[in-house]
Design a protein around this ligand. Sequence first.
Ligand code: LLP
Length: 469
Amino acid sequence: MPTSHPSGWAHADGALKAPPWLRQPGDPNHLVPLLWPLTAEKVDGVLHVGGAAVPDVVAEVNTPAYLLDEDDFRTRARTFRDAFADFDVYYAGKAFLCTTLAGWVQEEGLFLDVCTDGELSVALRAGVDPARIGFHGNNKSYAELRRAVAAGVGRIIVDSFHEVDRLVQITEGRAGEPVAVMVRVTAGVEAHTHEYIATAHEDQKFGFSITGGDALEAVRRISAAPGLDLRGLHSHIGSQIFDSSGFEVAARRVLALHAQVAEEVGTAMPELDLGGGFGIAYTTQDDPADPAQLATEMAKIVDHECRALGVERPRLSIEPGRAIVGPSMCTVYTVGTVKEVELDGGARRTYVSVDGGMSDNIRTALYDADYSCTLASRHSDAPPVLSRVVGKHCEAGDIVVKDEFLPGDLAPGDLLAVPGTGAYCWSMASNYNHLLRPPVVAVREGEVRVLVRRETEDDLLATDMGAHA
Ligand code: LLP
């Protein structure tokens, strides 16, 4: 959260300074391609995505709106599938999920990871083959597990002894194939962005501890249950990761347990999942790894460890969410007001208010995330001004883009577009201050298709019983 006193680099000696990583662009009209969907381009200053001019799309669907470049999404999905050809690739639906997109995931040959009953509903309603669904979550209820088993979900990733007990009970005496189960383990590795931390103990809610012995105990109990088929271990070390070093430490620890299970329990587990977490570029600070390079490195690590341990290499899987859908979307807003604010020390900051905010992108407020943005509706010759893009919520921390150089003539009615909003924006959206959740609009070869419509006032009041009295 921003501090109430904006001290530090921002206005250290009277003049508002950009953060060290943000360079003043020669021409603020230009796009930085790495940050945008593959089809994004500026034509005479006007942003085009999926072959459509953004102002034309806005004329149809209004703002704020998430624009989804279908070709970009499909290309990234395919790139992961091809790069990780020896792996099963599960798209992590928590990043963004709707029925149409779940269909694309299946069409592109990916599996689907869901982590709640709600996400499972979307997948099943979309007609995704249940055998290609993995079901996650650290608190799966008896009812959720029963539904997942009845639906024929391909694998359930268990996260606690309570879940093991529930599954044993649900499958006792059940006819048919045993239910495929993986054990989520805590590898003692926590990865964030460019760093990872390897510790002996992990103070977090997910998984069974390897070092504490719980993971081995979970494996024993599942192996002893005739209704369950233990497929393998599962490790997810974090999100927005840029290199393979964290995966390497985790894979080593998890494979040591994998080998121990073969030796002590006598169960040769055929699979291993190394989770998701592959990073994307939100700003020019970020330098994501190429999926093919990650795939090669991860496979090499696993091969090396398996040889050293004398075990067969299990079938590997991964679960990328952000890296597939994150760059596929941008959010388009309309500028409502522009204001210069004098800070302590005399520096002035330009605040640009848009018609959305923390209800459609909570990541800036919640994680102090950095974003970028561009003027989407016209070319401007005005000199760039360091600006802060804020929303319309009654909260000072309602910031969308903390720092960006925007044309100095920005005015009400201009359109701004923020790239990299495909993951964890719509999926974490809220109705704070009774704002309506924006639509998700697919664009492809100039065609505009609403995948999720904008909420209406009736949606907003649908559960307010007094409104229907
Ligand atoms: N698999 C498991 C078991 C996970 O818990 C997650 C993310 C993923 C896969 C997908 O991770 P990805 O490839 O998308 O990084 N709301 C946060 C991110 C939370 C991630 C939770 N788990 C954010 O906006 O940064």
